[in-house]
Design a protein around this ligand. Sequence first.
Ligand code: IPE
Ligand code: IPE
Ligand code: MG
Length: 241
Amino acid sequence: MAKIQTKNKDAPLRHLAIIMDGNGRWAKAKGWPRLRGHQEGANRVIEIAQACKKLNIPYLSLFAFSTENWQRPAGEVNGLFKLLNEFVQKYLKTLHEDQVRLVISGQLEALPTLTQTLLKDAINATASYQRYTLNICVNYGGQDEIVRAAKKAMHAIQNGVIHEVDLTSKTFHQFLDSAVLPPIDCMVRTSGELRISNFMLYQLAYAELIFVSLYWPDFKEESLFKVLKQYAERKRRFGQV
Ligand code: IPE
Ligand code: IPE
Ligand code: MG
């Protein structure tokens, strides 16, 4: 399939990022517990990742759990990590078959031990794949990522690894969790909410934003195609005329 470009024929879409929102409302509308929505949402993750591969989109970032989501009831939080464990166990084979490198943004240390082990093993096992990267944002906050990156940059300066004059908005990128990913070209949020909710604040600088009213469990391959048609109608300018 041809690469996806915007109207002014800029570089092809490399990095798609999605705020997967609306699982709870999807379930509620059907009279089901919220966790059933998360379960159905997890099924969409692999479908959309595989659709991106078909579409030649090499980098996909997905917001799975925010630094603010800890404030939810313990049952929901535990259920979400159980689902994440199951997801990694179920789809590691698929990641290998599709040659997808898994990376995680966010602080792993605060996660349940089993989740940490499963994620670290999957990251190591897929580290050599270069064509496709799936970045799952877990215990992730854009502000938290920037503050941690600033501390890493400060230590690098103190240890003489980088000179202060060489620290720019370009070189700062290497200290972010998502250092291996290019800037986001297109950001999609499902569920109708019109906000960023602390997602990839640094990487979103010139991203095209697309908001859809579908709840995440209803966001299928066809919905992604529609979104990308909208993207292809945009004209990106990056501050130029
Ligand atoms: C997104 O769905 C998944 C997570 C934030 C973990 P929500 O759980 O936020 O669902 P709504 O927005 O309450 O419907
Ligand atoms: C954003 O959704 C976080 C994830 C999708 C993981 P939220 O449901 O947590 O965001 P708000 O609270 O509606 O802003
Ligand atoms: Mg939500």
